[in-house]
Ligand binder design. Structure first.
Ligand SMILES: Nc1ncnc2c1ncn2[C@@H]1O[C@H](COP(=O)(O)OP(=O)(O)OP(=O)(O)O)[C@@H](O)[C@H]1O
Ligand SMILES: [Mg+2]
Length: 226
């Protein structure tokens, strides 16, 4: 499903350039769940951005489902993100003028999803129920707590039944019980819908529950053996 080879990312800044990823390799099978841990600033978000075709590598290659994503045109990248990818951002990126339910429905507006309007609304409300937001469907993002925004973002990432879910600290702001609920939802989708799951977390216990765990150090991934 995912094959990353010799991935490099260097950010050019006015001062010195920052080499964040330095010859990183990763293979993830379809339907597999993987956790990534690593200190703040080690490059976890950078890696997810590359895997989600949101940013371009400085070197190396990324193949997803047999496709080389660095060869994508902007249209290919949009189609890939809309049809195949669910991304839970570290900053939730909810649209401020839309309600919780409308935010979750946003990914359904693009492409040719419109035909299944009823199924779509059901899926959105069902997912919001699963993350414990059934009583907040009409709230605007500023009327939500930090953890509620995060849970709405998780529901939005899952609404299109993506083959690949990339989640950047999806339980970062949550209390243990809610964190458990979100983790359980992601893992259930992984099992029941064979979603390939990559989760960045600072919680090592959660990481091990998710599956194979890798630590990002000095720009490379090292498998953490339990
Ligand atoms: N656009 C950018 N330009 C320059 N440097 C950047 C840019 N984006 C990230 N960096 C640097 O790259 C490094 C890795 O950033 P990244 O956001 O991937 O870290 P992270 O592992 O996700 O950290 P955290 O756990 O704090 O979220 C950091 O030192 C950061 O300052
Ligand atoms: Mg990050």
């Amino acid at each position: 499903m995912i094959e990353v080879q010799n991935l490099c990312k260097v950010y050019a800044t006015p001062g010195e350039s920052v080499r964040v990823l330095d010859g990183l390799d990763l293979r993830v099978g379809a339907g597999e769940a993987v956790a990534i841990i690593g200190p703040s600033g080690s490059g976890k978000t950078t890696l997810l951005n590359m895997l989600g075709a949101l940013d371009r590598p400085s070197g190396g290659s990324i193949r997803i489902g047999g496709q080389d994503i660095s060869a994508f045109t902007p249209e290919d990248a949009n189609r890939f993100r809309n049809r195949s990818l669910g991304f839970v951002f570290q900053q939730h990126h909810l649209l401020p003028q839309l309600s919780v339910l409308e935010n979750v429905l946003v990914p359904r507006l693009a492409g040719d999803w419109q035909e299944q309007a009823a199924e779509t609304a059901n899926r959105a409300t069902e997912l919001l129920g699963k993350v414990g937001l059934e009583h907040r469907l009409g709230h605007l993002p500023w009327q939500l707590s930090g953890g509620e925004k995060l849970r709405a973002a998780v529901a939005r990432a899952l609404v299109n039944r993506p083959r690949l879910v990339l989640a950047d600290e999806p339980t970062g702001l949550l209390d243990p019980a809610t964190s458990e609920r979100v983790a359980e939802l992601l893992l259930r989708l992984n099992r029941e819908e064979q979603t390939t799951l990559i989760v960045v977390t600072h919680n090592i216990a959660l990481a091990h529950r998710i599956g194979r765990t890798f630590e990002l150090v000095h720009g490379k991934l090292k498998e953490v053996v339990r």
